[in-house]
Design a protein around this ligand. Structure first.
Ligand code: PGA
Length: 307
């Protein structure tokens, strides 16, 4: 018998099913009725299979069909294939069976603009997982991490006092925004040219605020802070209303799904400024001293697999 690798692609699952049924029942008629197909269909499938294998698979003994030696070898192979497939199915069932239950994620306020976009495909893939999302500023997310309140947290500035595993998964450019009513030069202007401007800052405890102030200080710039506002939306509306300028994550301005979309709030402009954007990243973090649920592991794997 001359079997080579190129024979396998010519063999169909239907041929193997027909073969298995005839081998088990000893008759084409019985096999055809067990498989709910016509007798000629089974005969053709057996003939094509024997041609591919290059050997007779059955011999007739009275009204019954008996397996040849090659037929017996093929019968064992088909049984192995069936077991192999069953193992695959049970692994698949395990995977879905285990990835169930609640998944608690804490995310900083700025991440609320893109985390729901990320959760959609994950939720579709793991319908047994119930996701609970807490949205807080950076300090509050750290406080939640301190008391083991969540499985995972999504943030820009993971704290260093906890033993955390950290997986950066997305760029987070922070840009300067100003009122669109003002005429801004297209060329990036030096920061000191903005010293007469008033600035709207996020509240104390916000990571955006911390990064913006550190960046200003690193470039010897002291902003005139007009207001501290407790949300990105309040900042956006304040800037659009002409109350001042601000530093915000670009993801708070345009959707992750379409970063080139012209979806800036009317009245807002991204202002080209030297040393901007500030390049940071979003990370998913979890405590190493906390056992991770299967759902949390699945979510981390899902983020890792993103392009
Ligand atoms: P926040 O987010 O400004 O909403 O706190 C940024 C971060 O700290 O990750």
């Amino acid at each position: 018998m001359k079997l080579s690798a190129h024979v396998l692609p010519r063999i169909s699952v239907q041929q193997l099913r027909a073969f298995e049924a005839v081998a088990r029942l000893g008759s084409v008629t019985k096999a055809a009725s067990a498989l709910s197909v016509s007798q000629p269909t089974v005969s053709v499938q057996l003939r094509e299979l024997a041609e591919s294998v290059g050997e007779a698979l059955f011999q007739r003994g009275g009204r019954k069909l008996y397996l040849t030696e090659a037929g017996r070898a093929l019968q064992e192979t088909v049984a192995e294939l069936q077991h192999c497939w069953q193992r695959f199915e049970s692994r698949l069932a395990d995977t879905h069976g285990l990835v169930r239950g609640q998944l608690h994620i804490a995310t900083v306020t700025t991440a609320e603009y893109f985390v729901p976009d990320l959760l959609g495909p994950f939720a579709a893939q793991y319908p047994g997982v119930e996701i609970e999302l807490a949205v807080e500023n950076k300090d509050r997310v750290i406080e939640r991490l301190n008391r083991h309140a969540d499985d995972l947290a999504i943030m820009m500035l993971p704290p260093t006092h906890l033993n955390l595993a950290t997986l950066p998964f997305l760029d987070n450019p922070l840009v300067v925004i100003g009122p669109a009513s003002q005429r801004w030069s297209k060329r990036p202007m030096p920061l000191h040219k903005l010293s007469a401007q008033r600035w709207l800052m996020r509240e104390v405890g916000s990571g955006t605020r911390q990064v913006a102030l550190a960046h200003f200080a690193a470039h010897d710039f002291s902003p005139q802070i007009a207001m501290n506002l407790g949300s990105n939306e309040a900042i956006k509306h304040g800037v659009a209303a002409g109350l001042g300028m601000a530093v915000l994550s670009k993801l708070a301005l345009m959707p992750l799904s379409d970063p080139n979309a012209q979806t800036l709030l009317p009245g807002l402009a991204i202002v080209p400024v030297q040393h901007f954007p500030i390049h940071r990243q979003w990370s998913v973090v979890w405590r190493r001293d906390q056992a991770q649920s299967a759902a949390a592991r699945a979510f981390v794997r899902y983020l890792e697999a993103r392009e």
